[in-house]
Ligand binder design. Structure first.
Ligand code: FAD
Length: 470
């Protein structure tokens, strides 16, 4: 390895933040090394996050459709069954193909890739215990911390990845649990709960807060929860887990109302703890070089992604902001642009968020609650998918588009979509928000017919004027 020569940029962590930063740095002509301890690139997202979860969501959706929808479309067969090992193998193949692909991209861009655990010995030197048992020191003028995040448990609950699993274990269960309890109604819990619900598990989601996915627009959230309940997902909101007993065959949970009161018990074969993620900086030696972290372990940075130690930067899940792969990538590009003397920019208010259930729920910009809290006068335009011809044509018409615009200027402030492919539809809205478009701007764009995108156009019409098809 060329580790002993000084690099312009050293990136610790090969997740979506780190590997993207490394590629961009090399493309900008900077000599770059990327250090990753896992043995494969792509980080949480590719190895145990976004990608394997989307693989299983798709496979389980196909099974569910085959069981419940094909017949009404005139497609009949005598029986349908799940081959779980084959389903897992397809997921694993997707992951391994993509991780190898990223390794190829690093090579193509001449990024030096060091497989091992990095730890600071000075603000410009990282000691790496390599996977093959050696040690090397990597030097860099600029060092980017992109060490991401890790699963978080709850007090008194030990994750064994068998009976009590994190999202990582939930992506690799060896059999379909009869009863699955999900602790935490965030997007990861609801996505993984959906996978196993479709494959036949009875799923109960226990959540301390009064609502599921707290960041979601309230009105959309209500419809979303109803839709999940229709899919027979059960919710116990305002409920806390106060005891976990794994001594028997399964798991016995003791529950209590969030505000205190009578205890109840709930049995499960498998419990998924999805109560959030925590920044990962273990063994990195931050204290050694004086890099500060905040109360919850994140590394504060300035607008150029510099930590309190000059020459040391941080990006992605390890810094404040939405813990999402695409946000980590944007951070990585902007950070490296600053290092190269250019200008980088990431607007955390315009990072889209997607829940990949069926239908999907996607949003960008502000919720109605947030706009209200700002005291801005606003208009809301809505269009139900039930009135969209494409959604009706394919008999998948649950959902809506909701647009919130400033009353005085019609400038779009937030867009919320529940639709089968909301995660794709949202980008038209992200583009509109980025260019400060008005709802009239969207309404006047010719949209192809029949598409679900027309629902966004109609909602835009309804925001400043009237929709046609309702
Ligand atoms: P990470 O991806 O966590 O990568 C950090 C890397 O650094 C890791 O590979 C780690 O091994 C390595 N590392 C850490 N310390 C060291 C060290 N000292 N030396 C060397 N290497 C080190 N986000 C989305 O946007 N869309 C989704 O659909 C989505 N689904 C998800 C589903 C699940 C089940 C989970 C758990 C997460 C999901 N996420 C999703 C979140 C997403 O995975 C993260 O936001 C994203 O991976 C953050 O990227 P990162 O580069 O900051 O960190």
């Amino acid at each position: 390895s060329s580790g002993s020569e000084e690099n312009d940029v050293v990136v610790i962590g090969g997740g979506p933040g780190g590997y993207v930063a490394a590629i961009k740095a090399a493309q900008l002509g900077l000599k770059t090394t990327c250090i990753e301890k896992r043995g494969t690139l792509g980080g949480t997202c590719l190895n145990v996050g976004c990608i394997p979860s989307k693989a299983l969501l798709h496979s389980s959706h196909m099974f569910h459709e085959a069981q419940h929808s094909f017949a009404s479309h005139g497609v009949k067969f005598s029986s349908v069954e799940v081959d779980l090992p084959a389903m897992m193998a397809q997921k694993d193949k997707a992951v391994s193909t993509l991780t190898r692909g990223i390794e190829g991209l690093l090579k193509k861009n001449k990024v030096n890739y060091v497989k091992g655990y990095g730890k600071f010995i000075s603000p410009s030197e990282v000691s790496v215990d390599t996977i093959d048992g050696a040690n090397t020191v990597v030097k860099g003028k600029n060092i980017i911390i992109a060490t991401g995040s890790d699963v978080k448990s709850l007090p008194g609950i030990t994750i064994d990845e068998e009976k009590i699993v994190s999202s990582t274990g939930a992506l690799a269960l060896k059999k379909i649990p009869k009863k699955l309890v999900v602790i935490g109604a965030g997007y990861i819990g609801l996505e993984m709960g959906s996978v196993w619900r479709r494959l036949g598990s009875e799923v109960t989601v226990v959540e301390f807060a009064p609502d599921i996915v707290p960041s979601m627009d309230g009105e959309v959230r209500k419809q979303f929860q109803r839709m999940l309940e229709k899919q027979k997902m059960k919710f116990m909101l305002k409920t806390k887990v106060v005891g976990v007993d794994t001594s028997g065959d399964g798991v016995k949970l003791t529950l209590e109302p969030a505000s205190g009161g009578d205890q109840t018990t709930l049995e499960a074969d498998v419990v998924l703890v999805s109560a959030g993620r925590t920044p990962f900086t273990a063994g990195l030696g931050l204290d050694k070089i004086g890099v500060e972290t905040d109360k919850v372990g994140r590394i504060p940075v300035d607008e150029r992604f510099v930590t309190n130690v000059s020459g040391v930067y941080a990006i992605g899940d390890v810094i404040p902001g939405p813990m999402l792969a695409h946000k980590a990538e944007e951070d990585g590009v902007a950070c490296v642009e600053f290092i190269a003397g250019k200008h980088g920019h990431v607007d955390y208010d315009k990072v889209p968020g997607v829940v990949y259930t069926h239908p999907e729920v996607a949003s960008v910009g502000k919720t109605e609650e947030q706009v209200k809290a700002l005291g801005v006068e606003y208009c809301v335009g809505k269009f139900p998918l039930l009135a969209n011809s494409r959604a009706k044509a394919i008999d998948d018409a649950e959902g809506l588009v909701k647009i919130i615009a400033e009353k005085e200027t019609d400038k779009i402030l937030g867009v919320h979509i529940m639709a089968p492919n909301a995660g794709e539809l949202i980008h038209e809205a992200a583009l509109a928000l980025t260019y400060d478009a008005s709802s009239e701007d969207i309404a006047r764009v010719c949209h192809a017919h029949p598409t679900m995108s027309e629902a966004l156009k109609e909602a835009a019409m309804a925001t400043h004027d009237k929709a046609i098809h309702i």
